[in-house]
Design a protein around this ligand. Sequence first.
Ligand SMILES: Cc1cc2nc3c(=O)[nH]c(=O)nc-3n(C[C@H](O)[C@H](O)[C@H](O)COP(=O)(O)OP(=O)(O)OC[C@H]3O[C@@H](n4cnc5c(N)ncnc54)[C@H](O)[C@@H]3O)c2cc1C
Ligand code: SF4
Ligand code: SF4
Length: 1014
Amino acid sequence: MIPNLNHQENIKQDTFSFIKALSESDYSGEIAKSYASRLAAATDNSVYQCLPQAVIFPKSTQDIVAICQLAQSAEFEDIRFSPRGGGTGTNGQSLTNDIVLDLSKYMNNVLEINAEEGWVRVQTGVVKDQLNEYLKPHGLFFSPDLSTSNRATIGGMISNDASGQGSLIYGKTSDHVLALTSVLIDGSVLESKPLTALDLIDQVERQDSIGAIYRQVIDTCETQLQNIEDTFPKLNRFLTGYDLKHVYDHETGTVDLTRILCGAEGSLAFITEATLHVQPIPTYRTLFNIKYDSFQSALQNAPFLVKANALSVETVDSKVLNLAKQDIVWHSVKDLISDVPGQVLDGINIVEFAEADETIQQQKIDALIVMLDGLIENKQAGVIGYQICSDLADINRIYGMRKKAVGLLGKADSRAKPIAFAEDTCVPPENLAEYIIEFRQLLDDKGLHYGMFGHVDAGVLHVRPALDLCDPEQEKLMREISDKVVALTAKYKGLMWGEHGKGFRSEYGPDFFGNELFTELRKIKTVFDPHNRVNPGKICTPIDSTESLVSVDAAKRGTFDRQIPIQVRESYAQALDCNGNGLCFNYDTKSPMCPSVKVTRDRVHSPKGRAGLMREWLRQLANNDIDILQLESDLYAGKNASIFTKFKNTLAKRGGEYDFSHEVMEAMQGCLACKACSSQCPIQVDVPTFRSRFIHLYHDRYLRPVKDYFIAYVEQYAPLMGKMPRFFNFFTGLKVTSALTEKVVGMVDIPQLSSPTLKTALQDNDIVEFDLGKLQALSKEEREQYVLVVQDPFTTFYDADVVRDLFLTIKKLGFKPVLLPFKPNGKPQHIKGFLTKFAKTAEDSAAFLNQMAALDIAMVGTDPAMVLCYRDEYKQALGEKRGEFNVQLFQEWLKPRLSGEAKTSQNSHFYLLGHCTEKTAEPTSGNDWATIFSHFGGTLSNVAVGCCGMAGTYGHDAGKLADSKAIYSLSWEAEIAKHDRAQCLATGYSCRSQVKRIEGETLKHPVQALLTLL
Ligand SMILES: Cc1cc2nc3c(=O)[nH]c(=O)nc-3n(C[C@H](O)[C@H](O)[C@H](O)COP(=O)(O)OP(=O)(O)OC[C@H]3O[C@@H](n4cnc5c(N)ncnc54)[C@H](O)[C@@H]3O)c2cc1C
Ligand code: SF4
Ligand code: SF4
């Protein structure tokens, strides 16, 4: 049995008093001090790990003023704060052992727009893609781009001075910041924008911290003019430290403090609002995907492409391309980057042209085509082919793949994982090819694996060498390579931190700047933050401070993970491998990725949050000398804790006894087990799998709630109740029964059983009975005419019309459907972590289905979640013993059998709202249905929706009802309202029941719509 894990990293006394005082003040935001919340903010996408004391989520500028004013009190003078946005930094910029101030949860509103003047004012917790979605109807966009655009905040972009594709034309974030509102640590509010010499007089004369800031900045810029000119690199990625090069215009005397705040990595002030320049969305866009025989050819050809006046040139190597090919994302782009017959495709350049004038655009395109055709014909420059796309959706798909590729670089099957520490170096583009040769040599000499791609137009290279930081020797190697890359970039007149900021690489700052200039940076830090309380250790310390800068040698995730035995790490790789890139925070409500974090906006309830908790849980068990793998096999062998022990432990839990496992359990209970993470996360962090294992172990120590049994045994009681549906429906329909079920079991809106039953419905339709002997006696040709329909408890007993219509459809298509006897699938047991029982159910069902598979007759199931369970959870539970049986979804079975002329009339139009597990695990399913409908004379559009909020039984859990409905309203509600309900289709039983309960109307399964077309 797992032990009670009562060890917590306690909160320091002064922090404790501070958050108590804050909660009693006018502060209106949220304060999180649970161990789980602190762990969720302990990592970003870097290799580092720092446990904060608490996480506070302000709701307004005024809240931050309140925080800073309270922090001025003498008893709180040691308290420090680090601002945080999306937490996607690659070098630990937002990590701290003090208090995290997270602006992303509540301060995420667009405040004002002036489309005519081309600006927008936002709170800095707004996500970049969220802003562009807001701007789109105005024909505008915020141009600095970055791979993490669906979760990085404007505050993080400003503070890291983010940029990416298109930066040569569009520039960096700092080029588009018109004004900022920031709160200084002393509680004063700094409104910054460019001030002319005349405007400056008042500011310089102020006797407060703001006056001191202006005086210091002007003094530094005036006295260090030549030094700044000589030291700051002449690169597109110019920024390093505080932007002394652009803060002061020596000719006009204009000072713009926003330039100092941009790129300051949150080390000067808390930026709460930003006025940003926005520009018209280009009317004409065209992308060339140019293919090369090697990465080196692609790199060497890049400057040539830049000269073709392209908006951007991005290079991707074969390693990254191959990673993308193995990911779900490839389905969306495979036709746009097809292989070249007879040639090896080992690198691509993605070249974009974007213009407002169609003629100019066409001239540029034509010129490049002539150039590329010439290179191919003469077998020059390693160009082996190219493809052009001008469709916006296609262009977005290519960039979607490119953006995801950065995350995919973090994926690896070995213990060594690609990590960020020298992943954004920048050298002058003309030095890039030479520099890469030396960089590769450095990595090759150490025998390291790595993939590369980059914004070659700006000389930025993304590389993540694979290292196992659980191995202390490899941690040392990271330091060694780090130092060598710093030297190498210096040799090629570049920077180690070309795009992602410095963070824990701040220790290299003094050498880069030299003593004199670095002292000036420290003076600037001093006037903003004299006591080193704002993101301490990043970039520089105040002039009188004796504290150190953060360093590459700081505690890393590996420092903690190495405490977990290797076998456990490997067995729980689905959790341990999370690298914190934050893709699971995708703000887009139409993406299936993690409904639980979308609805709660609580990062504990994200795949990353859950994976982090699991890592810590395994670490604590290891530190308690618990062999978790042995415990699991004991459970499978039936060695459970006694009921008495569980009862005693549950009583202690009710009495308030702390156990870290309860915090983990709470996070796991918020998961809908939709499985979007297991396919959408670039690392394929699979929460439902480790969640079930955790629940299994947890309930060996603590008693289960009644509802777990109610859910897990649905496949046992539904067939019995389904024999007398009217009788049971009468009782479940009574108000008193609903009230009792809610109170005693904790379940709501229990669905009604199908009446008439499936059996009756099929009897009326002349269906072939299942008879194994007769099926075995069929000839090979005859078997091809048959289809075995695999039952699941939900459609068979609660939605029998769908199964009946499936039969009718199969018959109309000229085949003979046969209903297989009902066999429990086990998915409900798996969800509730009854893993010993699930293993048994899976074994029995697999044995039966393998027997059926031996008939060599196609098997088809109706509900996607249940069918996909045979492919995924069965494989995990049974391994080789699963056998080779294959249950197909209807569209998978039918599509390859489509034959003959397609019907031409296309009068009936349908909208498919796909099941999220199906869409993510089988990404072609929506298109397969569209092909089938079009063959039979209908049309079908796939509607972009996220999760419906039901997810099996989650929506029936009384405690989750509000979240379930809120998830529905994120994307389903509006889409359902947009279309005629009779034309809306849903493949998932859960989705149909959610629509029924909320809208009072039942959606059809696509098979039912298809039947009307036949
Ligand atoms: C896979 C991957 C790809 C990436 N690709 C790119 C890329 O193409 N281009 C690029 O530029 N970057 C890239 N990054 C780095 C990172 O995503 C960006 O720098 C991003 O702008 C950080 O935003 P965030 O909201 O996540 O900030 P966080 O990581 O939360 O914070 C970043 C810094 O900003 C500070 N900060 C945050 N909000 C505020 C505020 N309101 N006031 C003051 N300080 C604040 C923090 O203290 C911290 O120092 C990538 C990261 C990953 C994981
Ligand atoms: S769970 Fe996946 S997507 Fe989320 S942070 Fe971890 S690796 Fe990234
Ligand atoms: S299964 Fe779904 S709800 Fe659970 S963590 Fe993964 S994406 Fe989030």
